[in-house]
Ligand binder design. Sequence first.
Ligand SMILES: *[C@@H]1O[C@H](CO)[C@@H](O)[C@H](O)[C@H]1NC(C)=O
Ligand SMILES: *[C@@H]1O[C@H](CO)[C@@H](O)[C@H](O)[C@H]1NC(C)=O
Length: 250
Amino acid sequence: MPLRTHEISGGGSGIGRAVCQRFASEGALVVVADLNEEAANETLRSLSRDHKVQEHMAAVVDVSSKQSVERLVESIQRRYFQPASVCVNAAGITQDDFLLRLEEAAFDRVVGVNLKGTFLVVQAVAAAMVASGVSKGSIVTVGSIVGKVGNIGQVNYSASKAGVEGITRTAAKELSRYRIRCNCVLPGFISTPMTDKVPERVIHKMTSLVPLGRMGEPDEVADVCSFLASDDSRYITGASIEVTGGLFMG
Ligand SMILES: *[C@@H]1O[C@H](CO)[C@@H](O)[C@H](O)[C@H]1NC(C)=O
Ligand SMILES: *[C@@H]1O[C@H](CO)[C@@H](O)[C@H](O)[C@H]1NC(C)=O
């Protein structure tokens, strides 16, 4: 049986990197895609390699560009003679400011990567799956708990992440007839390069609000992505799963 190919955009760091490592440890062929080529290469080097014939690959992708996303999908097809049967889109950015100050260009950038990027990746990957008749396709998007509850200074980010859930649910309905499942993970306060920029006192305050009493680790989000990618979740589609340590539950 051919190895299953898993494509992870945003795989160069944070949650995306943890997802790549998790999938590689399960024996999948991993395509690490990131805007930052050096970061993608670094993730690639960190992956366990025990396949005799085929290898993981790193690729550059700008998820906000249709052309770039299509080039990625083509390069996967060329390399492995099949499309990815699992896709996790973990590419995302923040650029925070208060609503009353947020500049239009900053709104557009965040929405371009987080929202339009999710649309372009899901569309291109699903098209390749449908064209090749991949069975048991699974697409996982990465939203945020902030998309549900909002967050001060994150009007662009929260809007984009709420939209990711909408794309995911609609894709789940439209793609179910091809037996492709689409689900969304909603990380809470996870320790990543994105949260490294958050001041210590804010971290402390946020952590005190988490019922489980600590920040989450990228691995803990990767575990849920792995479940959603696998047959263990075969009756789950269109779902959003919170990975928040209980933050903002209810
Ligand atoms: C990433 O790896 C590829 C293949 O080994 C190499 O050609 C490229 O220069 C590397 N890029 C960076 C930025 O390190
Ligand atoms: C969100 O808006 C803020 C405030 O203008 C901006 O600084 C930030 O860059 C925006 N985020 C992104 C990812 O563009």
